[in-house]
Design a protein around this ligand. Structure first.
Ligand code: ATR
Length: 279
């Protein structure tokens, strides 16, 4: 079978997904390609149907179309439903099925880098941010069984909206950024999911890290740059760190499995990706 795959979004000229998925195709010995299909947002309605009919067996969807694509799909998996956004679509028996691989991708990277962390479900977790990525990560941690996950965000209502859908056994508080900053010592894992600190505004940080727990893991899902100010602060404070490009690889790996049924190895790719991103 042939696997014509694509990425739909705007702007996507500098996306790393083609490199990742072409490497996966090579690694799994499957025939196919991964193309970029940039659609200018104002032309989404007129161009998307043509792309959906074009013969791709799978595609990724990125900003700004992760929600706009939903009405055009025949089915959504439970994660995509719960998150309300789709980043992966597969065409099966001529039906378009939407998935969201962010949360599972994040869980896989934690399992890969900090397996011992996953064994104790009573650890205290703080998520900074309440956008699409935060939602995916929150529900994945919830499903995994973590019992204490707080959220802090600039806009409290967005965080409250996420917590509404939590599992019964999970305890979650929504707190202000200043309260979070005062109480950082409580947390075993702090996950930064906002766009604050992303290129070109690399001098910014959503909050200042200080007074951390000894064994804390500080995670940033941004990967442009990999060394955000938030991560640099964590290093300076002696925290263990978890870098954003690893989530990119793991969510791509899960998307590739959805399309092809094969799990490509990502061994060694994180180092290569890190080198690419560090220029
Ligand atoms: P994604 O899908 O990548 O998660 P998003 O849905 O646009 O992106 O979410 C962006 C997150 O970054 C949100 O938590 C947003 O906070 P609000 O809910 O208050 O909008 C946060 N964010 C973006 N710019 C910010 C800024 N300048 N200061 C603080 N938080 C910011």
């Amino acid at each position: 079978m042939d696997y014509p795959l694509a990425l739909i979004g705007y702007p996507i000229q500098h996306s790393l997904s083609p490199w990742i998925h072409r490497t996966f195709l090579e690694e799994t010995d499957l025939k196919g390609n991964y193309t970029i299909e940039e659609i200018f947002p104002a032309r989404f309605e007129s161009e998307i149907q043509y792309l959906l009919d074009k013969g791709y067996v799978g595609f990724n969807v990125t900003l700004p179309f992760k929600q706009k694509i939903i009405p055009l799909l025949d089915e959504l998996d439970d994660n995509a439903k719960q998150i309300g956004a789709v980043n992966t679509v597969v065409k099966r028996n001529n039906r378009l099925i939407g998935y969201n691989t962010d949360g599972i991708g994040y869980i896989r990277t934690l399992e890969q880098y900090y397996p011992e962390f996953m064994k104790n479900k009573e650890k205290h977790i703080l998520i900074i941010g309440a956008g699409g990525a935060a939602r995916g990560i929150y529900f994945a941690l919830n499903q995994f069984g973590f019992q204490s996950i707080d959220i802090t965000n600039r806009t409290t209502e967005n965080a409250l909206e996420i917590v509404k859908g939590k599992a019964a056994k999970t305890y979650s508080e929504v707190i202000s950024l200043s309260k979070a900053q005062e109480n950082l010592k409580k947390y075993d894992l702090i996950i930064q999911t906002t766009s604050v600190g992303m290129k070109p505004n690399t001098e910014q940080s959503p909050l200042q890290l200080h007074n951390l727990k000894d064994s804390v893991i500080v995670s940033d899902i941004l990967y442009q740059p990999i060394w955000t100010n938030f991560i640099k602060d964590a290093v300076a404070q002696g925290a263990r760190i978890h870098l954003g490009h690893t989530m990119l690889l793991n969510q791509a790996q899960y998307a590739f499995e959805i399309w092809t049924g094969k799990q490509p190895s990502i061994k060694g790719m994180d180092q290569k990706l890190k080198q690419i991103l560090e220029g």
